[in-house]
Design a protein around this ligand. Structure first.
Ligand SMILES: Cc1ncc(COP(=O)(O)O)c(C=O)c1O
Length: 393
């Protein structure tokens, strides 16, 4: 059901659809198919597969609640649940572009998306130009007669570089292009790209939406119902990366605390980032809500907090970074982000190994860069952990 109210109220109530027993929590509808009372009733549903429940590769009552909740939180018409963030990104792009079309994308992207656009879609004849989407002049200069859409992440993984959402939408509208934005790092708590005119928002729900590190999941939320239906019918149903009902259950549970989790992630991350920038062993820190960050003014205009991710460069480079990471006790070495636990990863040797060295360096992903997903622990304990580990650099 649709719920009026603030973000926290919506996190708890939006999308809920009490079943015939009045279950407070959405049950896990562990079913692949749905029984019809007659062929006529079945035929009616099959006229339009984007509504109703026909087969769980399209949707399912557990997924439906999650999709509607996400659509409300992102101010969109409808969400489409996928088995992973990459499922959502691939499903969205293959629904919206065809061979011969051209995509403008951020040069700094999550490495899986980078590979999808640079290699996989390219093999099927989809052209692309990668530009710094933080540079609006570069975005506009990349527009070609066959450009179909602009794809960007803000904040970008792993550099925390911001793109000006309103500026990109203005260019897109001027040239009749669609826009797709990956809002994983911000979550709907911190920014709603659809409010700026973006057409589709995608998420790796594996991260903040879930918040507990126990699922792989994704979603696409479209501003227009027609676009959401196109993604469901084209990029989900005929490809098959559908979310499992149990995953939707865990996501709905995680979403109920999204607001309070994001508050703590942001508070902790700002404290850690402010401490890091004063340390002599740190060469640079990127965190959008640090007043010294180049994206600070933009962050204030399009985000309601800085996110939970901080990236920093260890002055002693690769070996220094490794020594630091290997001596952390509270922080855990792991990819992914948005969990309760603080996770640290080294993009050059972990998440971004698929990106060619020259490209990686040009994107600012240096050998010494460390990405820290600041968790929900006490910030002082995280700072003490970094401090003791820094003695080994
Ligand atoms: C910004 C961003 N988008 C998409 C993905 C892919 O999500 P998933 O791992 O859920 O497929 C990730 C994964 O780290 C990511 O960081």
């Amino acid at each position: 059901m649709s719920i009026q109210g603030g973000f926290a109220t919506q996190c708890v109530h939006a999308g809920r659809n009490p079943d015939q027993f009045g279950a407070l929590v959405t049950p896990i509808y562990q079913t692949s198919t749905f029984a019809y009372p007659s062929t006529e009733a079945a035929a009616e549903d099959f006229q339009d597969l984007s509504t109703g429940f026909a087969y769980s590769r399209l949707t399912n009552p557990s997924l439906d609640v999650f999709e509607k909740k996400l659509a409300e939180l992102e101010h969109g018409a409808r969400g489409v649940a996928f088995a992973s963030g990459m499922g959502a990104i691939a499903g969205t792009l293959i629904s919206l572009v065809s061979a011969g079309d051209h995509i403008i994308c951020s040069s700094t992207l999550y490495s899986g998306t980078h590979h999808l656009i640079h290699s996989t879609l390219a093999r099927f004849g989809v052209q692309f130009t990668a530009v710094e989407t933080s540079d609006l002049a570069a975005v506009e200069a990349a527009v070609q007669p066959n450009t179909k859409l602009i794809y960007f992440e803000t904040p970008a993984n792993p550099t925390m570089e911001l793109s000006d959402i309103a500026g990109i939408v203005a260019i897109a509208k001027k040239h009749g292009l669609m826009t797709v934005s990956d809002n994983t790092f911000a979550s709907p708590y911190l920014t709603n790209p659809l409010d700026f005119g973006v057409d589709v928002v995608v998420h790796s729900c594996t991260k903040y939406i879930c918040g507990h590190g126990d699922v792989i999941a994704g979603v696409a939320v479209a501003k227009e119902l027609e676009v959401a239906n196109q993604i469901r019918m084209e990029g989900l149903m005929h490809v098959g990366a559908v979310m499992a009902p149990n995953t939707a259950f865990l996501l709905e549970r995680g979403l109920k605390t999204l607001g309070i989790r994001m508050e703590q992630h942001c508070r902790n991350a700002l404290k850690v980032a402010s401490w890091l920038e004063k340390q002599p062993w740190v060469a640079s820190v990127r965190y959008p809500y640090l007043p010294s960050d180049p994206g600070y003014e933009l962050a204030k205009s399009q985000m309601r907090g800085g996110s939970g991710v901080v990236t920093f460069d260890v002055a002693a480079g690769l070996e220094g970074g490794k020594a630091l990471m290997n001596h952390l006790k509270v922080c855990t070495i792991a990819v992914s982000l948005g969990d309760c636990e603080t996770l640290v990863e080294h993009p050059a040797s972990m998440t971004h190994t698929m990106v060619a060295l020259e490209e990686r360096l040009a994107e600012g992903i240096t050998d010494g860069l460390i990405r820290m997903s600041v968790g929900l622990e006490d910030a002082d304990d995280l700072i003490a952990d970094l401090d003791q580990a820094s003695k080994y650099i």
